[in-house]
Design a protein around this ligand. Structure first.
Ligand code: S3P
Ligand code: PEP
Length: 450
């Protein structure tokens, strides 16, 4: 569980060229889903390359509490002995999902149509995040939820013993909401239909098909229509988790900003519903190439090479690209500060309800380091100062948000003076090897022990 330890202040000092190979950890979205679907299959699922960050470890613990046998064999190799769809046992303890929105929302969906109750909680960040976006559609299955005011955790979910299938149009672009409804639909008899107007990451759809569920996806005038037939017997899988593009974003952006850099990030998942940042960076003029493009375990994968890119220009990032790069806006804003001209980022209201209000958190920290930021409810813009011209020297709050902490560490690498975050502890939720990996490439990160 994250966010309860002693804060770890950290400074990122301007550094020389970043060079070498950055083997970033496994994809967080696919790791959560491997454990949850493995727990709902009959028999043993084998997973390699699982992300062993706090968010995913909390999901592993939760799956044990619901009755699955989850074993860590070391080196990212895990097995999950599942209990079958509808087979979850009632946990005898509160399920603590730590800092993880994905963990709590997907697990709520997975247990929502089982005849059991469970109480969920999280850290100070997760307990502020909205859960009604998930419990509203789950109510259509007959599931009940009692939480704190405003639909916040801690919250008890009473599963629906006799569920009916559901047709639900997701009102916000959210793969977590879509996935929660699909996972609940697994134990409802008949066809559950989820419609999304904007495509969001489709790992649940791909993996449900891989586990043997009957699932179809159609692009229609209404949007993407996903139809799932309930009560399948899920077949255990052998899963090789690709490396996480959202984690790759940090060494990639650091390389673009640091003179002389040349960094290779091998084996990155490049599912088009996740790759929006790399499209955006190339449009800004980044020297970013895909090498050795291939398919692994049903996901497109490539090796990414990023080189120092002194001539990047600010652009208008199209709102329709937002879902495919939603977790990457914080680090994009750091690149934007080093480009010339303004970068405008619209259609990003969802950034306000992540681990922190990410527009507010980045705007404060960028301003503290000499960068001009403007913002509205659903948009923000960053005025680029040109490469190497960010003054730096400021201290930023990370607000229990791993992506905010890592983004400010990247800001420091290309600034005139070092940049400090008050707490780098949350980085362990998604990228536990961030500090040693960046140091191997040539970054100068320093823990400031109080
Ligand atoms: O489904 C997932 O694995 C995720 C979906 C996204 O959240 P939303 O569903 O809230 O957009 C993303 O921000 C999160 O990091 C992971
Ligand atoms: C938003 C994120 O995660 P979650 O919603 O799972 O907490 C993230 O990792 O950037």
């Amino acid at each position: 569980m994250s966010g309860h330890g002693t804060p770890i202040p950290m400074t990122s000092h301007p550094c020389g060229p970043l060079t070498g190979t950055a083997e970033v950890p496994g994809d967080k979205s696919i790791s959560h889903r491997s454990l949850i679907l493995g727990a709902m299959a009959v028999g043993e699922t084998r997973i390699s390359g699982l992300l062993e960050g706090e968010d995913v470890l909390d999901t592993a613990k939760a799956m044990r509490a619901f009755g699955a046998e989850v074993t860590d064999h070391g080196g990212g190799e895990w097995t999950v002995h599942g209990v079958g769809v509808g087979g979850f046992a009632e946990p005898d303890q509160v399920i603590d999902c730590g800092n993880s929105g994905t963990g709590v929302r997907l697990i709520m969906g997975a247990m929502a149509t089982c005849p059991i109750s469970a109480t969920f909680t999280g850290d100070a960040s997760l307990n502020k995040r909205p859960m009604a976006r998930v419990t509203d559609p789950l109510a259509l299955f007959g599931t009940q939820a009692v939480g704190r005011s405003g639909g916040r955790l801690p919250m008890t979910i009473v599963g629906a013993a006799d569920s009916t299938p559901v047709r639900y149009e997701v009102p916000v672009p959210s793969a977590q909401v879509k996935s929660a409804v699909l996972l609940a639909g697994l134990n409802a008899p008949g066809k559950t239909v989820v419609i999304e107007k904007e495509a969001t990451r489709d790992h649940s759809e791909r993996m449900l098909a891989g586990f043997g569920a009957e699932i179809t996806v159609e692009d229609t005038d209404e949007g993407r229509v996903i139809t799932l037939t309930g009560r399948p017997e899920l077949k255990p899988q052998v899963i090789a988790v690709p490396r996480d593009p959202s984690s790759a974003a940090f060494p990639v952006c650091a390389a673009l900003l640091t003179p002389g850099s040349d960094v290779l990030v091998p084996g990155i998942g490049l599912n088009p519903t996740r790759a929006g940042l790399f499209t955006t960076l190339r449009k800004m003029g980044a020297d970013l190439t895909y090498e050795n493009e291939r398919e692994e375990g049903g996901e497109p994968v490539a090796d990414l090479r990023a080189k120092y890119s002194p001539n990047m220009k600010g652009i208008d990032v199209p709102p329709e690209r937002a879902a495919s790069m939603i977790d990457e806006y914080p680090v994009l804003s750091v690149v934007a500060a080093n480009a010339t001209g303004v970068t405008m980022m619209g259609g990003v209201k969802e950034l306000r309800v992540k681990e922190s209000d990410r527009i507010d958190a980045m705007a404060r920290g960028l301003r503290a380091n000499g960068v001009t930021v403007e913002e509205g409810d659903e948009w923000w813009s960053v005025e680029g100062l040109g490469i190497g011209n960010v003054p730096g020297g400021g201290t930023c709050e990370s607000f229990l948000d791993h992506r905010i902490a890592m983004s400010f560490m990247i800001l420091g690498m290309g600034a005139k003076k070092g940049v400090t975050v008050d707490d780098a502890g949350p980085i362990a939720t998604s990228f536990p090897i961030f500090e040693p990996l960046m140091a191997t490439l040539g970054a100068k990160l320093q823990r400031n022990n109080r």
